[in-house]
Design a protein around this ligand. Structure first.
Ligand code: DGL
Length: 276
């Protein structure tokens, strides 16, 4: 049973550092690609980023598990003062966007693979989508394709192991290279001229993906679109404003996560341990 006094003083401490941050989360550090777009568009905002590293990857886990984690993390971020939540994870959005919205009383912005802009952009009539198994098998993804890409051929390529390999071995590791060989080749062979990065980890390996595709193939992700949507939502509710601060937390080992953040983000940032 949590002690209310302790919870209150923790909250006051967080609030004194970040008055009304935007809470952002992912299964791990893929969502940092979304956070970068958010910070570029909204440099005056405060952010708390939570990496659920202890449970990485989400991509092959049961839907009920991902849903429970999403609800719990969103509630924890709100308890620490978050004025809005960004679900910086396609997999969590695919299976849990609505339950997460229902679990908190602040605006929730979720993201999904950029199938709609890709279908508008293709000239060959073939688009490729790289994402986790859980995302591609979700009803939400099927609906997205039915609604926005009915007139084009969509090659949906699940990428088991890729998000985890990017974090644990690094974006240029031999394991990542081998997985990219296996996952990108079918899209090139099918003649896709637009490739959607349907997992927030994949922008970290954009160069490796581009190198395996013919010149001129467009690669699209959703970071900037999400940042614009967050700006619109908060502007509409007169809630923009902060001090440009950033706080990172994880359910995993904070020292290890700090090292991975330094490698991917290019700067060492402090990482707190949260047991949620
Ligand atoms: N980064 C996540 C996504 O956008 C999930 C990767 C994973 O945990 O499998 O789907």
């Amino acid at each position: 049973m949590p002690c209310p006094g302790v919870a209150l003083s923790e909250n006051l401490l967080s609030l004194s550092r970040l008055s009304h941050p935007i809470g952002v989360f992912d299964s791990g550090l893929g969502g940092l690609t979304v956070l970068a777009a958010l910070r570029a568009r909204l440099p005056g905002e405060d952010f708390i980023y939570f990496a659920d590293t202890h449970f990485l990857p989400y991509g092959e886990k049961p839907e009920a598990f991902i849903r429970a984690r999403g609800e719990r993390i969103a509630q924890a971020l709100v308890a620490r003062g978050a004025k809005a939540i960004v679900v910086a994870c396609n997999t969590a959005t695919a299976v849990a966007a609505e339950p997460i919205r229902a679990a908190v009383a602040v605006p929730v912005v979720a993201l999904e693979p950029a199938v709609k802009p890709a279908a508008a952009l293709t000239r060959s009539g073939v688009i490729g989508v790289l994402a986790t198994t859980r995302t591609l098998e979700s009803e939400r993804y099927r609906r997205l394709v039915r609604t926005h890409a009915e007139s084009v051929r969509v090659v949906s390529q699940p990428c088991p192991g890729l998000a985890e390999a990017i974090e644990t071995d690094g974006p240029r590791s031999a394991r990542v290279e081998a997985l990219l060989d296996a996952y990108v080749q079918p899209l090139a062979a099918a003649g896709a001229d637009v490739v959607v990065l349907g997992c927030t980890h994949y922008p970290w390996v954009r160069a490796g993906i581009a190198a395996r595709l013919p010149a001129g193939v467009a690669i699209v992700d959703t970071g900037e679109a999400v940042a614009r949507q967050v700006e619109r939502r908060l502007q509409g509710e007169s809630q923009l404003g902060g001090h440009g601060q950033l706080q990172l937390a994880t359910s995993g080992n904070p020292l290890q996560v700090r090292e991975t953040v330094a490698r991917l983000w290019g700067a060492p940032l402090a990482v707190e341990a949260w047991s949620i």
